[in-house]
Write a protein that binds this ligand. Structure first.
Ligand SMILES: Cc1cc2nc3c(=O)[nH]c(=O)nc-3n(C[C@H](O)[C@H](O)[C@H](O)COP(=O)(O)OP(=O)(O)OC[C@H]3O[C@@H](n4cnc5c(N)ncnc54)[C@H](O)[C@@H]3O)c2cc1C
Length: 415
């Protein structure tokens, strides 16, 4: 007979940014009745507790920042966060230093609120990991890949290589875009791959960026320069997949020459100070976000184009909604893993996700080409937005994640 499974209220499959933030939301300082949580990740325990640089930095919106404050992680992040004070969007015409600004957002469009802060993902990981590892309510199981799932009537049981079995009243799938938990539950996805890839890395420059983010819409895709602390910026360079592969193969000098053509000279001399990473880009949405004993969050639920830097922010919105739904249910003495309870989570999150996915897809299609008719239409549309103060304020608040029915954590409230 097999060993009995270790039992938890919640088992989280995957300890990436979303899995860790989920554990922090359910068992950290923001929740009055902490859950008993197990988080499982296949990564080597040494790299899991000391995350490596992955080339990425995240734009943390104003509502996501409030949530990170409630989770108790913002104070440790604040010194590593750079406020985005200005966002300039340009079209593809002209040399790098003479691209006309199509849209210009500043703090005046959302007074008193910085729309976002840039934080390198490696800091986000390590600060979230610290909160989770400190919680007496969380068991961290790193270095264990889940290789089987059993969705039972009262719990979901997962099998881990070498450790045995772990059961949760609720399994939360946070195991990324190729989620094995999602596949095991038979949840299908819809979407497509983009013929583009995103190259990310960090640069140092002589000039001060003054908190200005720039997104240049080039024919192959957006080229984003995002302010980091000090005289540094994070680059997200979207290219056609084949050329992105060639760029990744280039030696540093050839790569730098290609990069400088797009970066321009506004910030003076510029140097690459990190390795380059290349990510395939796709749009993918799970057909269900919840089922009996299962909820999907983060990239397991949805992957969107990084054009607006919203992926992890969408994950935080999932986490805030799911944590509130299960906390409310537990307070009423309900079973947190039933589809009746989890349906509320699904309804709360699906529409927002589909809207963001459609918007990012539409903007990418509209801009990532050199069609002159489309160019005139988009220039006219953005020109109108740029001159209409009220419309800009609405855009700014949407981008900051401050519109719609916000879960409590995104307003900085405890559960
Ligand atoms: C180029 C680029 C730029 C981006 N920029 C931004 C930005 O500016 N702002 C923003 O908000 N978002 C951004 N994103 C999106 C964001 O990075 C992702 O949405 C986010 O990192 C996904 O985190 P996750 O935890 O859901 O998934 P993942 O990071 O994929 O984590 C999944 C985890 O599950 C584990 N795992 C998988 N399978 C198993 C298994 N069977 N057993 C045990 N463990 C398992 C893995 O080891 C991993 O740790 C960007 C994305 C890209 C590609």
């Amino acid at each position: 007979m097999s060993e009995p499974a270790q039992k938890f209220e919640v088992v989280i499959a995957g300890g990436g940014l979303n899995g860790l933030a989920m554990a922090a939301a359910l068992a950290g300082p923001a929740v009055r009745m902490p859950f008993n949580v197990c988080i499982v990740d296949g990564a080597d325990p040494k790299t899991f507790s000391k995350p490596q640089f992955d080339g990425r930095a995240s734009a943390i919106t104003a509502s996501s920042r409030k949530m990170l404050e409630a989770l108790g992680v913002w104070p440790a992040l604040a010194d590593h966060a750079e406020a985005m004070r200005e966002i300039v969007i340009t079209d593809s015409r002209g040399a790098a230093d003479r691209r006309p600004a199509l849209l210009h957002f500043g703090e005046q469009h959302s007074p008193g609120t910085v729309s976002a802060h840039m934080v390198e993902n490696s800091y986000l990981y390590s600060v979230l990991y610290d909160v989770v590892a400190r919680s007496p309510h969380v068991e961290v199981m790193a270095g264990h890949t889940i290789d089987a799932y059993d969705f039972g009537k009262a719990s979901t049981t997962v099998s881990l290589a070498r450790v045995g079995r772990v059961a949760g009243e609720l399994l939360i799938a946070a195991d990324g875009r190729n989620s094995a938990a999602r596949a095991a539950a038979g949840v299908e996805t819809m979407g497509w791959s983009y013929p583009q890839a995103g190259i990310t890395f960090t640069v140092e420059h002589d000039g001060d960026h003054e908190g200005r983010a720039e997104e240049h819409f080039l024919p192959a895709g957006p080229f984003a320069i995002l302010p980091l602390t000090g005289r540094r910026s994070s680059i997200v360079w979207t290219e056609q997949s084949v050329f992105a592969g060639e760029l990744m193969e280039m030696d540093d000098d050839a790569f730098q020459a290609e990069f400088e053509q797009r970066f321009g000279t506004r910030l003076g001399a510029v140097r690459l100070v990190s390795k380059r990473f290349c990510y395939p880009l796709s749009l993918q949405i799970a057909k269900q976000f919840a089922g009996d004993r299962l909820a999907l969050i983060g990239d397991a639920a949805h992957v969107v184009h990084p054009i607006a830097g919203l992926g992890f922010n969408l994950g935080l919105r999932d986490i805030a909604a799911l944590a509130e739904v299960v906390s409310d249910a537990a307070r009423l003495g309900l079973d947190i893993g039933t589809v009746d309870v989890l349906e509320r989570y699904q309804t709360w999150r699906r529409l927002d996700t589909v809207m963001v996915a459609a918007a990012t897809d539409g903007i990418n299609r509209l801009f990532s080409n050199d069609n002159s008719a489309l160019r005139s239409i988009r220039d006219m549309g953005l020109g109108i937005v740029d001159r209409a103060g009220g419309l800009k304020t609405v855009f700014m608040r949407e981008a900051a994640g401050l519109s719609g029915q916000l879960p409590k954590l995104l307003s900085g409230e405890a559960l």
